[in-house]
Design a protein around this ligand. Structure first.
Ligand code: PMP
Length: 350
């Protein structure tokens, strides 16, 4: 990225694909696409830029108009960057359960953050956004059903993958879904341009909505009518809200998904930690979860297969979450021993 850009927004996308050297079996080629390289550290920077610029083009968003969105955090952070750079006020509606770092980051970037109770779930967050937009005349980005979300992934993420694997094998592409923007946008391009690439979709084991085969109850306007029956709360933040979004449903109906995998919370956490310790890749919980799915693909894939796994965001966003629960703040026994091994500066353990 060593060149000059007209604004931070030009640095969105073009994320690197990195080979996994220690954690993958020797007889396959496992690569990860590291979305933490986006300016605000997640895949959602793409969506934020995509939906705002689409709304500018179509005239849905007027200069200076307030933008409002319901988000688990990364979309809000991406939107806060885009709105700051372009000069739109932003109001983010977020369930109280999402990590504190995310709230503070959005406020640091100038956004207003309105919290909703955990019990109201994602459906409750969205209802609040509708109320606020109707009352104040704000622009709703509607990440869960805005086609501009998937379109941005078809135009950027998918094209980057095609270019990076041009003339080479790409046997599997592994992803999860939140809005389903990544899934729909990339899968439809791969299905057309690389029909041999199998599309593998991961979801939390305790919120296995796609695996269940049960259709999402919907209102007449297509919006989700309450939570999906197979959904339960899970710590894989950013994946599987309590309903199957329009964009995810589209991907299912397009019949481009070859395999659906259920990922246990513990596997997601373990893989995120192993990526950090063994590969130096510092990524979040859903990255660990996608990687857990990719390792399962590796174990079953024919020798010589090439697998690409999405890593949606940075690990820095999870300091206050279960991902860091067993990371010590005070010196451990081992660290005290290192300290005691020489006579210099010595801090009495708490
Ligand atoms: N992982 C994380 C951490 C996310 O924030 C998101 C977006 N909600 C996703 C995965 C899923 O991406 P998408 O919305 O494109 O399905």
């Amino acid at each position: 990225m060593g060149r000059r850009f007209a604004s931070i927004l030009e640095t969105v996308g073009n994320t690197p694909v990195v080979r996994i050297n220690k954690l993958a079996p020797a007889d396959v080629n496992l690569y990860v696409k590291v979305e933490a390289f986006n300016p605000l550290g997640s895949v959602k920077d793409r969506l934020a830029l995509g939906v705002i610029e689409d709304a500018e083009r179509t005239g849905m968003l007027k200069p200076g108009q307030t933008v409002v969105e319901a988000t688990s955090g990364n979309t809000g952070i991406g939107l806060a960057m885009v709105c700051a750079a372009k000069g739109y006020p932003l109001v983010v509606v977020m369930a109280e359960t999402f990590s504190v770092e995310r709230r503070k980051l959005m406020r640091f970037l100038g956004a207003k953050v309105v919290l909703t109770p955990a019990a109201a779930r994602a459906v409750g967050m969205m209802a609040k956004v509708e109320e606020l937009a109707a009352k104040h005349g704000w622009f709703m980005t509607r990440q869960f059903d805005n086609e501009a979300n998937a379109e941005m992934h078809s135009r950027t993420t998918a094209q980057e993958i095609l270019a990076d694997f041009e003339g080479e094998r790409l046997d599997y592409w592994v992803t999860g879904f939140g809005t389903g923007g990544t899934l729909k946008g990339v899968a439809r391009v791969l299905a057309k341009e690389r029909p041999e690439t199998k599309i593998v979709v991961c979801e939390p084991d305790c919120a296995a909505m796609l695996s269940s085969g049960t259709v999402q109850p919907r209102n007449a306007d297509g919006s989700p009518a309450g939570s999906h029956p197979a959904w339960q709360p899970h710590p894989q933040q950013g994946w599987s809200p309590d309903f199957i979004s329009r964009l995810t449903q589209d991907a299912v109906e397009m019949k481009v998904i070859d395999q659906i995998m259920r990922i246990e919370n513990a596997d997601a956490m373990r893989c995120s930690k192993e990526l950090a310790r063994k590969e130096g890749l510092f990524v979040g919980i859903t990255s660990g979860a996608t990687f857990a799915g990719a390792l399962r693909v590796c174990a079953e894939a024919p020798k010589g297969s090439t697998i690409l796994c999405m890593l949606p965001d940075t690990g820095e966003r999870y300091l206050s979450t279960p991902l860091f629960a067993d990371v010590a703040l005070d010196m451990t026994e081992e660290e005290i021993e290192i300290s005691r091994s020489t006579p210099g500066a010595w801090l009495e353990p708490a």
